[in-house]
Design a protein around this ligand. Sequence first.
Ligand SMILES: C[S@@+](CC[C@H](N)C(=O)[O-])C[C@H]1O[C@@H](n2cnc3c(N)ncnc32)[C@H](O)[C@@H]1O
Length: 204
Amino acid sequence: MSLRSVIVNQFKQPHGILGHVAGFIMAQRPSNRERNKWTVNLLALEPHHEILEIGCGPGLALKECTKTVTTGRVIGIDYSNVMVGQAQRRLSPEIKKGNTEVRLACLDQLTRELSGFDRVFSLNVVQFFPDLEEAFKQIYACLDINGMAATTFQPRTKNPTREQAISMALKIHAAMSNAGFTDIRDHELPLKPAPAICVTGKKH
Ligand SMILES: C[S@@+](CC[C@H](N)C(=O)[O-])C[C@H]1O[C@@H](n2cnc3c(N)ncnc32)[C@H](O)[C@@H]1O
């Protein structure tokens, strides 16, 4: 395996010492921080909302959500125990207050264990979903009526381009439409070297 694929795998499921390094990079990289804040802003959160983030990594977006969601519930899931540990440390004051939780769980557990959310979102996780169509059906099922999903993607290949971001947005769009989402919209954040695109959709 090349060094590049070893590193890319760390972002797919961080583990061991390199996983800790990957989490540190995610938490510090300026474009990552900006993309997390921007996505949370698109969620139009209210204090009573019930929020779920899939693949929360080191927990930047969850932290941002807790600034607004004071009476509701903020839950992050990730299937990497290294990331769950980092996010739990970052959110330790909010977890102690009782309305924030970070769980070791994977997308497949959504509808079985987690449902009734006002917002379900992810950032740079969609490219790892094994089955896009199935993933958005699960996300749709765990949302409440009037709930909203947001999926952000910023290409992180060797030479990332806007076209790669748009191509993923089209696939997300199609999978969301197929799952039953309406009012599907694309939002773009100009970043270097390639923009982030967030696709939002509602359940009516
Ligand atoms: C590239 S990182 C992004 C982390 C964070 N969302 C961010 O933007 O800072 C992808 C994260 O998604 C997690 N992940 C990937 N597929 C997942 C799945 N099916 N279920 C749960 N977590 C998943 C990985 O463990 C990793 O922490």
